[in-house]
Design a binder for this molecule. Structure first.
Ligand code: ADP
Length: 613
């Protein structure tokens, strides 16, 4: 390993096995006991004194000489014992300090474990590793070499932070040693790596200056921590503490990498979610929006924050029908797929696709299909108008051609009837010919008026007034048929620019059709309502009848299409009403009411907007 301003050591040996066992160091001697010197002094002093007395007695020494000799021997022994005791006390005190340091280190390691595993970013883990290694094993230099998932050096981290490219990339040989996962110890010479796993069974820690400790995440070495002391020497406790710290660091780095991966995957999905043009939402089992994308919040006409947690019935812009008709409630309850096309509060046409969510709730995809439906509507209208124009031309030609012979038949019948001699059964037959030819002439006239649809005088009229007039016109007939008709008219309805007579004719057509639909039923109700939305004014006729069978829907506005008995219906009412609505720049729509019955809606532009146009 290299450091700033220093020579790189020669290539260290390659191919070490991963060292997981604690670092073997020179074994320490057991602690001496404080009583030991005194036992030695007592035994030594006693035997020395006895020996002295014996020698003195043999050489006839005086009592004073013997006492002096014994005193000298005992004094010497007590002095030695005192020195030994002082030394033992000193060693014990050092050991006590060491034990305290070790206890402090254990507490420090616990603290560092807490500090590192609380970090979600790798850089924060490096920082913690740096701080705690400094606290546990004071040193003069710290460095961390970090490897990426493929084992390449991703960067180096020093006390000053990330130091990409700092002091050149380590050599391949250095990297191999690093990745081998063995701790490496170097002495101060910078030439001999004092590694423990390469063959030598012990390392003299007091000679070590640089310690390189691997940091594992699972099986892979993700980093190598290097610490340096200017004055060589570490204790085995310090190295053990550093190894444990690096082990914790590895777990924390692994965790931070996993967190980063999960976060990146989450962000990626969120970006995909938000980039989708369709509104996407996950609705929980309680019917609340658990998650949604920006497009969905846009369709709901709300901010993303307020959309999340909102009950789906409260999504203003989307306006999902409540009650038994609610497709979302149905999907949550039954787990079935559903599709609906609805009109949003902002007048957009939305296609809602619902799928059940595997663990309950529903996934809602909302697609704005306004443009497509407008194109479809315009195509349909074009088709209808062209069809009507063609039918009109045909009808006009036929009426004109049929009218001439009819006039002839009628004229000749009149001549015959003017002859008083022409009597009996023959006269009655000619009278019938005259009546029927007049009726046929009336039909051709009706046809021509339908085709030309002479506009009649137009003025600013209120659809509410039209509704009132129709009530009066139909009151007697409805009373005798037991039909109840209710009016639900908007108060602030703007006027429309129209022919009052023609609009009355349209509403009478719709109301008489409704009367026919409910006539045979127990519940005979008709409701006429008016409303406005923006620059549009609406008049709706709804009935409690059987509704329009799906297969007849497409043919409803065709001239002469009728399901009524001959003589009762001509099949011209709806087609005439349709062309009148069109001539007023409006439209006529038919639909079934979800609860039952049919609804016909006339839509006309409000007259202010017409004036503005
Ligand atoms: P007619 O009333 O002479 O039959 P229309 O053009 O008015 O002609 O109506 C065409 C057909 O549309 C009717 O024969 C009937 O089948 C159907 N229809 C019209 N209004 C309703 C309604 N309110 N409910 C059910 N069907 C209806």
């Amino acid at each position: 390993p290299s450091h700033p301003g220093e020579e790189s050591p020669p290539t260290p040996p390659i191919g070490r096995s991963r060292a997981t066992a604690p670092v073997p160091v020179v074994p320490e001697r057991p602690l001496p006991r404080a009583v030991a010197p005194w036992v030695v002094a007592l035994l030594g002093g006693g035997s020395g004194a006895l020996l002295t007395v014996a020698v003195a007695l043999r050489s006839h020494a005086t009592l004073a000489e013997i006492v002096a000799l014994v005193g000298v021997v005992c004094t010497a022994l007590v002095t030695v014992a005192c020195f030994r005791t002082v030394k033992v006390i000193h060693i014990r005190r050092i050991e006590k300090v060491r034990t305290q340091a070790q206890t402090g280190r254990v507490a420090g390691l616990l603290e560092s474990a807490r500090g590192m595993t609380a970090q979600n970013s790798e850089a924060a883990v490096y920082e913690q590793l740096k701080i705690h290694s400094e606290l546990l094993v004071p040193h003069d230099h710290f460095e961390l070499a970090v490897f990426d998932e493929s084992g390449k050096l991703a960067g180096r981290y020093s006390a000053a932070g990330i130091i990409d490219g700092y002091n050149a990339t380590p050599t391949d040989a250095e990297l191999t040693v690093y990745r081998s996962g063995a701790p490496i110890f170097e002495d101060g010479s910078g030439h001999t790596p004092l590694d423990v796993a390469g063959g030598a069974s012990t390392v003299r820690l007091e000679e070590v200056r640089d310690a390189h400790i691997p940091v594992y995440a699972g099986e892979a070495v993700v980093a190598v921590t290097t610490i340096r002391r200017r004055h060589p020497g570490y204790t085995s406790d310090e190295i053990d503490a550093l190894a444990t710290l690096c082990q914790q660091g590895g777990i924390a780095i692994g965790r931070a990498r996993l967190f980063a991966q999960v976060l990146a995957a989450k962000r990626e999905w969120e970006r995909v979610f938000d980039a989708t043009a369709e509104g996407l939402a996950l609705i929980d089992e309680q019917g609340r929006v658990r998650r949604c994308n920006a497009a969905f919040a846009g369709l709901a006409g709300m901010s993303l924050g307020s959309t999340i947690g909102q009950d789906h019935h409260g999504l203003r812009g989307i306006g999902i029908a409540a009650g038994a008709d609610c497709a979302i409630c149905n999907t949550i309850r039954t787990g079935s797929r559903a599709e609906r096309v609805i009109q949003s509060a902002q007048g957009r046409v939305l296609k809602l696709t619902l799928s059940p969510y595997p663990t309950g709730g529903a996934v809602l995809v909302a697609q704005d299909v306004t443009a497509e439906s407008q194109v479809r509507g315009a195509e349909q209208q074009l088709f209808e108008s062209e069809k009507f124009a063609a039918i009109g031309r045909l009808a006009a030609g036929v009426s004109h051609e049929v009218n001439n012979p009819l006039m002839g038949i009628n004229g000749l019948a009149t001549v015959l009837l003017e002859d008083p001699a022409f009597t009996g059964e023959n006269r009655e037959m000619v009278a019938l010919i005259q009546r029927e030819s007049r009726r046929a002439a009336q039909i051709t006239r009706d046809l021509l008026s339908f085709v030309r649809a002479e506009d009649g005088a137009r003025g600013s009229i209120s659809l509410n007034a039209v509704a009132h007039e129709v009530v009066e016109l139909r009151a007697v007939a409805q009373h005798s048929a037991g039909i109840t008709m209710t009016l639900d008219l908007a108060e602030d309805l703007p006027p429309v620019w129209a022919s009052r007579a023609q609009l009355v004719q349209v509403v009478v057509n719709l109301v008489t059709n409704a009367e026919d639909a409910v006539e045979q039923l127990a519940r005979r109700e008709i409701r006429v309502s008016t409303s406005r939305s923006g620059r549009k004014v609406y008049l709706r006729v709804e009935d409690s009848g059987p509704g329009i069978p799906e297969e007849l829907r497409a043919r409803l506005f065709e001239p002469f299409f009728t399901t009524k008995a001959p003589g009762k219906g001509t099949g011209l009412g709806l087609s005439l009403s349709f062309s009148i609505a069109e001539r007023h720049s409006g439209s006529l729509r038919a639909e079934n009411i979800p609860g039952g019955g049919a609804r016909f809606t006339i839509e006309l532009p409000a007259s202010e907007s017409r004036a503005a146009a």
